[in-house]
Design a protein around this ligand. Structure first.
Ligand code: NAD
Length: 253
């Protein structure tokens, strides 16, 4: 049996990138996986590839900025499997602007998905997890939750907040069987990273710059974050709670 055999895991923002890789890792480890995303059809398509490979998965439309949508995803997973044991708060967005030029709307938009979105799912899912014996929550923060990069203020603030949401969830519900940990990825090859590189006007130079700061000499792969999430979801991480793991290939200045 796989490391997550019998577990039921919900991944937000799972239609592509890190979310899709995390969903794949969980499904391959034997979990039933619900893939939620703003782009429901694309989440369905990723789930269909997992099912075709013999795993248990389904997709659903999910907007983490809506408490109603979050509650609906919980009903979907409970109707499907009767319980939920894992939640990966991965949905995220990046708007690039510095502290002065960022608009209030941009600040709110980024915080609403990256930070408040994770709180909405956590507050909805924790009681359901406790009812069936507990569960593991993994929040996808960022290296930028630990230090600022230029013109990423809203993103950096949201990811730093997510680290303390992680700690708060562990402290508030650790005694009820909830573990909550975070991952701080460095630069990983996804569409979000590609869009960031293209926005610089010289994607190749920007990619070389990122790789040059990284002692592993390459960008990270989504499945490398997937493997870390799998570990945190599994019982092997049973004594990790309120913690974070950096997956950045030794990034430096
Ligand atoms: P991505 O943009 O490729 O994918 C993000 C997914 O989230 C998309 O499928 C999108 O539709 C979905 N999403 C956006 N808003 C949503 C909402 N309101 N409700 C539900 N789903 C929503 O990004 P990625 O690179 O795969 O990033 C995934 C997570 O990892 C993000 O939280 C990101 O901040 C974080 N992260 C990424 C990197 C990196 O280098 N790629 C590094 C550190 C952290």
């Amino acid at each position: 049996a796989g490391r997550l055999a019998g577990d039921v895991v919900v991944v937000t923002g799972a239609a592509r990138g890190l979310g899709a890789a995390i969903a794949r890792a969980a499904a391959e480890a034997g979990a039933h996986v619900l893939l939620g995303d703003l782009d429901g059809p694309r989440a369905d398509a990723v789930a269909a590839t997992l099912v075709a490979a013999g795993h248990s998965a389904r997709g659903t439309t999910l907007d983490v900025t809506s408490q109603q949508s979050v509650e609906a995803s919980l009903q979907t997973v409970l109707e499907w499997q009767g319980r939920v044991t894992g939640l990966v708060n991965n949905a995220g967005r990046l708007i690039e602007a510095d502290v002065v030029s960022l608009t209030e709307e941009q600040w709110d938009a980024v915080l609403d998905v990256n930070l408040k979105g994770a709180w909405r799912t956590t507050r909805a899912y924790v009681p359901a997890m406790i009812e069936t014996g507990g569960g593991s929550i993994v929040n996808i923060s960022s290296l930028e939750g630990l230090f600022a990069r230029p013109a990423h203020v809203a993103y950096a603030v949201s990811k730093a907040g997510l680290l303390n949401l992680t700690r708060a969830t562990a402290v508030d519900f650790g005694r009820s069987g909830i573990r909550c940990n975070a991952i701080c990825p460095g630069s990983i090859e996804t569409e979000m990273l590609t869009q960031h590189l293209e926005a610089t006007g010289d994607a190749d130079a920007a990619a070389s710059d990122l790789i040059g700061r990284n002692r592993t000499g390459r960008l990270g792969r989504p499945e490398e974050v997937g493997a870390t999430a799998l570990f945190l979801l599994s019982g092997e991480a049973g004594f990790m709670n309120g913690s974070h793991v950096v997956v950045d290939g030794a990034r430096g200045a």
